[in-house]
Design a protein around this ligand. Sequence first.
Ligand SMILES: [Fe+2]
Ligand SMILES: [Fe+2]
Length: 272
Amino acid sequence: MGLDLTPEGALGGEGTYSRGDMEITPDTLVREVVLNVPGGVAAMEKHRIDYCCGGSKTLRQVAGELGLRVEWVLETIAKEREGGGSTDAELLDVPLGQVVSQLVDVHHVTNRDAAAAILPMATRAASAHPDRPELAKLVELGEKLFGALLPHLLHEERNLFPYVRALEAAADKPGAPAPVALFQSIRHVLDDMEHEHEHCDLLVQALRDATASYAMDEHTPADVRALYEALEAHEKDLVRHMHLEGNVVFPRAERLEVKVRSQAPKSSRRQA
Ligand SMILES: [Fe+2]
Ligand SMILES: [Fe+2]
């Protein structure tokens, strides 16, 4: 589901990204490609580049990690760009609170619904098909994934996102004190969140590997087919979810904190 994007209330002064016809070089960040270049996500997916957790790396770095020639990656980006398509560039301008609401109201709900549906499906399928040992592995990995993901969602909803909303409210009131935080800087919280995203991302990859990328044939039982389809749909949603946080909300919130603290009265500023 896409965001209801309205131009009013657009934030300024958080910092800028390159837009539109930006030049792509080996030193361009993965995040800049997927946010600004039509077909950028497709290009990253073709090379299995992790754009949801690796957005702050350069194309040169990710290509090196995967043993790819960066020129090959640049060629793919150019080809996909010629084909056109939408980007997420508008998400850099809509109010941050709107993006956060969409994350909570759509993606967090989807994650919780998936946890409630998928784990029982996997357990039943593993019990019904003992000749398919990968199903027991899916139960184990699924418990680990949702066991990590559900507390992560709560942490964002109770601690991080209220602070982000407070930052945005304070940004409109120059001279107002910066919001009170239980941490020195939002970066400390974001480090934890990014680490948890990477952990979830590894588990998602392990689920995919355990099923040969959810391979099915005419002998695949209906309950296993339904389980694979549910897992794959959840993976797609989670990648989008982590992309919106890691590449849009977290960088914007970090820049917003700098702005708000710099415009707050000196007596209310925290010491770095
Ligand atoms: Fe989230
Ligand atoms: Fe998250």
